[in-house]
Design a protein around this ligand. Structure first.
Ligand code: FES
Length: 209
């Protein structure tokens, strides 16, 4: 959860800049200046795993994918906003009241993006292993479809009620082992596109995460 770093540094920068604005104490301004730098570094560090999750973890054509895209765009815009704040402060190019206003806008955007990030993690279950106890090891494989038949698992590879995500020429298919044998179905939940491979197979019925 690297998001804690930019969140706290940017909010801290705003608070110290406010203190400087009302007290005129230059020490507050200096702390605010360095906190913006720390926040920018933290935001870049948080963006990298976020982008990897967007590409590889968030299921395609799901409500989570749209939410993740908006979340990423808001955060990227916010990062640019604070980079601009940094240069404006460094060059004293703008009245300090305007800098405070830009920072306040950035904090507001952080709150919106943070809310979306929370929804992605806790409602859309992105980035956490939500599988139930005894679900077996997470299994995922990419296979190339060359003919009519594709080998997606060995006969005894899965335990009963265990799932495996297989990417067949870019399509996400779940292989599951039921009492009566193997079944295959689309990974996309028919509700809002959640990844069924991250769900549970209970007595032969799959449950979306
Ligand atoms: S996406 Fe909502 S239940 Fe599967």
């Amino acid at each position: 959860m690297l998001i804690g770093f930019p969140l706290s540094f940017f909010v801290g920068a705003f608070v110290f800049d406010l203190l400087f604005f009302f007290s005129g104490n230059n020490d507050f301004q200096l702390v605010g200046y360095y906190l913006v730098i720390a926040g920018i570094i933290g935001a870049v560090m948080a963006a990298i795993p976020g982008f990897v999750d967007y590409l590889h973890t968030v299921p395609p054509e799901s409500s989570a994918k749209k939410r993740a895209a908006t979340h990423g765009l808001i955060n990227s815009f916010n990062l640019l906003l604070f980079v601009a704040v940094f240069f404006l402060k460094k060059n004293a190019a703008l009245d300090f009241g305007w800098i405070l206003l830009l920072e306040a806008i950035g904090i507001g955007l952080l709150a919106v993006a943070g809310w979306m990030g929370g929804t992605l993690v806790y409602r859309n279950q992105i980035g956490v292993d939500v599988r139930y106890a005894a679900a077996g090891k997470w299994k995922e494989e990419k296979v190339k479809k060359t003919g009519e038949l594709v080998k997606v698992a060995a006969l005894n590879e899965l335990e009963r009620n265990q799932l495996k995500l297989v990417h067949v020429n870019g399509q996400r298919v779940v292989i599951a082992r039921k009492e009566e044998g193997y079944v295959a179905f689309s990974d996309a939940c028919t509700h809002k596109g959640g990844s069924l491979a991250g769900g549970s197979m209970i007595c032969g019925t799959v449950q979306c995460p």
